[in-house]
Design a protein around this ligand. Sequence first.
Ligand code: M6R
Length: 610
Amino acid sequence: MCGIVGYVGPRPSVDVVVGGLRKLEYRGYDSAGVAVIGPGGLTISRAKGKLKNLVDRLAEKPLTGRTAIGHTRWATHGRPSDENAHPHSYKGVAVVHNGIIENHMELKAELTGKGHKFASETDTEIFAHLISDAMIKGGDDLSQAVRDTLKQVKGTYAMAVVSEKRPNEIVAAKNASPLVLGYGVGEAFLASDVPAILEHTREVSYLEEGELAHLGPEGIRIENERGETVTRAPHHVEWSSVAAEKDGHKHFMHKEIFEQPRAVADTIRGRISLEQGDVTLDGLELTEAYVKGLSKITIVACGTSWHAGLCGRNMIESLARIQVEVELASEFRYRDPLVDEKTLVLAISQSGETADTLAAVKESKRRGARAVSICNVIGASIPRDCDGTLYTRAGPEIGVASTKAFTTQLAALFLLGVKLGRLRGTLSAEQARPHLEALRHVPAQMEQVLRQEPAVMPVAKRCAKARDVLFLGRNSQHPVALEGALKLKEISYIHAEGYAAGEMKHGPIALIDENLPVVVIATKEPHYEKTLGNMEEVKARGGEVFAVVSEGDNLAASLASVALCVPACPPLLSPLLTILPLQFLSYHVADLRGTDVDQPRNLAKSVTVE
Ligand code: M6R
């Protein structure tokens, strides 16, 4: 997804901006560029491909100045190319933009009629033309020009604009896509995400919907839609910039897999009272009366967070005995969903910026439901739109393939399940205690599983040569099968399917032969004999089985070419362990195939467009 960085102040602005863009590479992009207002006016450098291409270009032809904006582009309108890379400019105005202008065709036709000529295929270039025209009409007032332009535009945007007529100013505006403002002394920063500016400042605030910000050496001023000044105190970010670095690992994903015991322990920390057999969920104001009056819980999420939601359904239904639906946010928002004031809508999102999940929250609220979220990024759009948020404490997740976000979401969902059980009276303190003890034990068990990384290598070598891989799991392990398949396909580009083991005979069994590796999660849980039966069925058809099994289970292990062991754990919590070998599997397959593990092709870390 596109990334924006801006800087105004005494430092070499291009270095600050390019350094920030580097920290946003995780979002996925296909070209990059920077615009600077220097002594000679506006200059721009852009390059298709990785940031290195832009850096090489800047080394050949350096740009200097005190005010700069930069961008990493993830193509939506127009192919990746130098011409389509941002910033886009017109008559001394340069713009970077994240989002989509829906009425760009009409606007372009209108402008073309007035004699404007366009240099790119993008929707964004419209902004530069409109703002430049508005400045001419409005006496060089950049923010008024931006405001006038935004009135004509339909769509989503986070944008930053510079003009050579206002050399010490950046104007930024936001609608739907995130923008973080960074505060310094005699300088100001702007970015799509905190890691981009963390090296320079920890004092940040978020621009809200419809707001506009002026950044200059004198500081930052925020205005609302009516042009009134908004007072907002910056908050202090605790994450260190080192937390966003690779720390000796070959890839962020590898580092993040290993961070999971710490991340899960942090997510649980201070929220469990074994003495009271209860949970404190800061940020979610759930009272007994409210919870008892609920008819159902509807979870909305995308991708890995949706898989976490499927695990969450098992947890909440089992612990709190309330109906839980799990919806793909991208479908929910368009299908006239049945939610009302007796529904608690729970949005799950690592980034808190996923456009479909955010839209599902808005739609639920419009229909009278209360919406809360589980999120990893404090102050992101989804928590800001929700009535309460339970934050996971995974720390920044940089690899596009979600790992620690998933397991921390599972821990948060389990805490929520226990809390709802206590409030609804389906769990007494005595009954809650063993669940909480089991959860507390999980980080140590995760450490144990992580030590077995080398055992995955033979499976990875086999799967790296496969065209397709099938993942099977039953009950609690069905979402794990889905997640294992998603991980493999997104980073290794091998086609993978996750299936409920019992569904195999209804279709996928036709695929089985010696060319299709089948990964079965066959931990000792209720009805696991049936999963062993599925393994036999695969073998009988010449298929090769790899399995995740419970430690000491020789029977299950004997049915697999390679068995990866996890310690015994209650079924509701075991996905926190069984997913780990599958994360390793996808990681090593991708690494063996030499793909771009942290930034797989076509994918973005944070999907802020529909
Ligand atoms: O930030 P979110 O949790 O809302 O993101 C949702 C999905 O885009 C995300 O989980 C995606 O599926 C990951 N790439 C999976 O690894």
